[in-house]
Write a protein that binds this ligand. Structure first.
Ligand code: CP
Ligand code: NVA
Length: 305
């Protein structure tokens, strides 16, 4: 790995991603065959949550246990950072107790500051800007279902949010084409667009139908992310037409797969019928969070040969 932390998707090279996915495949094989893989024996992961989570919380904690280690979960409700203790102090303190930390929070800067002030690996478990663990799981799932990544056409329909931004970086790094269809005002963040626009494999579109044409994978996510709940009604109106449904899927490649990071709002960004028809891929995507995160923890927190 060329990095000491997993802060954002664009920090990873193609080789880094391939190394993570190869180890994740191995982790999955080992688990399916009941082979132990206790490479983090005696190690502890600290988990910081200032936003809600089901998948991230459970998959990191279960993953750490399966690797022979232990995980401690801290939330704003029960830790001093919830009462304003600075990131600098939290990072210094946690570095003296645990071997790595996973952080889910609002500001990307907090995750980056934690990495700067502490001296343990930091894994971004979702910020307002990025969700790299999700995209590593998605890439693993796409490769499992379609046998390759390079050359495939991915399509994102909806908000240019954290998941979308990590997807753009990850897909382009892996040689995929990526078309993003979002309403005006909901584009991916400027820094991501600036880099992506230099790549002919990237297109930013308004029309979801144009984005879906012949696509091998279609991605979506909720219209209102955590922290945007107050905007939910306006967003429902603004995102009208940005939905994964039969009509949109009929424009895609025959064996198209659907990816949704979950939680899903059926009837909003995806119809109940489209979700049900593609539930296998979506739940595989969920499962693969466990395997890629175990790979990331082993690579960042394990003893290197
Ligand atoms: N996809 C995802 O990160 O889910 P949680 O919010 O449940 O962790
Ligand atoms: N974009 C969503 C993803 C949740 C996993 C959010 O940030 O709430």
């Amino acid at each position: 790995m060329t990095v000491k932390h997993l802060l954002k998707m664009s920090d990873l090279t193609q080789d880094d991603i391939m190394e993570i996915l190869a180890l994740a495949d191995q982790m999955k094989f080992n688990q399916q065959h009941k082979l132990s893989h206790r490479v983090l024996e005696g190690k502890t992961l600290g988990m910081i949550f200032t936003k809600a989570s089901t998948r991230t919380r459970v998959s990191f904690e279960a993953g750490m246990f399966q690797l022979g280690g232990h995980a401690i979960c801290l939330t704003s409700a029960d830790a001093q950072f919830g009462r304003g203790e600075p990131v600098e102090d939290t990072a210094n303190v946690m570095s003296r107790y645990v071997d790595g930390v996973m952080i889910r929070t609002f500001a990307q800067k907090d995750v980056e500051d934690f990495a700067r002030y502490g001296n343990i690996p930091v894994i971004n478990g979702l910020t307002d800007d990025e969700h790299p663990c999700q995209i590593l799981a998605d890439l693993m799932t796409v490769r499992e279902h379609l046998a390759t990544l390079a050359g495939l056409t991915a399509c994102w329909v909806g908000d240019g949010n954290n998941v979308c931004c990590s997807l753009i970086s990850g897909a382009l790094t892996c040689g995929m084409k990526i078309r993003v269809a979002c309403p005006e005002g909901y584009e991916p963040r400027a820094e991501i667009l600036e880099t992506a626009r230099k790549n002919p494999d990237f297109a930013l579109l308004r029309d979801p139908r144009e984005a879906a044409e012949g696509a091998n994978v279609v991605f979506t996510d909720v219209f209102a992310s955590m922290g945007q709940e107050g905007d939910a009604q306006k967003r429902l109106r603004d995102f009208a037409g940005y939905q994964i449904n039969w009509e949109l899927l009929s424009l895609c490649a025959k064996n198209v797969i659907v990816q949704h990071c979950l939680p899903a709002h059926r009837g909003e960004e995806i119809t109940a019928e489209a979700f049900a028809a593609h539930a296998k891929e979506i739940y595989d995507e969920t499962e693969n969070r466990l395997h890629v995160q175990k790979a990331v923890m082993a690579l960042l927190m394990g003893e290197q040969d």
